[in-house]
Design a protein around this ligand. Structure first.
Ligand SMILES: [Zn+2]
Length: 127
């Protein structure tokens, strides 16, 4: 390592990604407090599958926690996650994180919004 890096020494890096804390030159964007977390999303999906609920019933705008019995521990986790994910503020996020988050968004949320449209999925899968 070291002799072949493309690092531009004149490039001024004075910002830090607020998600992964790596230095970045990206302008600030509107972003959530934390990136979409794969393991939390998986946990939601798994719990839905195990308990016979659809993801819509448990997570998202149409979720109604009054009508379903979510274990207290999971409910606490989801409440925290919900707040972090849906609190949007202007932040500096590096391109790597943005691209990862975009993938997560497509994986877990785009499908919710466009249930009948599977074109995006097949394009993603080819790449
Ligand atoms: Zn980052």
């Amino acid at each position: 390592m070291g002799n072949n890096t493309k690092k531009n020494k004149t490039l001024k890096v004075d910002k830090t990604c607020e998600w992964c804390y790596k230095p970045t030159n990206m302008p600030s964007v509107f972003a959530s407090q934390i990136p979409i977390l794969d393991w939390v999303e998986d946990k939601i999906n798994l719990w839905c599958a195990e308990n016979g609920y659809t993801r819509d019933q448990v997570w998202g705008e149409s979720a109604s926690w009054d009508e379903i019995e979510i274990p207290e521990e999971l409910e606490m986790e989801l409440m925290v996650y919900d707040e972090l994910i849906f609190t949007i503020k202007k932040k500096v996020i590096c391109s790597e994180c943005l691209s990862d988050d975009d993938k997560m968004w497509k994986k877990y949320y785009l499908n919710d919004l466009d249930k009948d449209d599977t074109i995006d999925w097949s394009i993603e899968d080819i790449n």
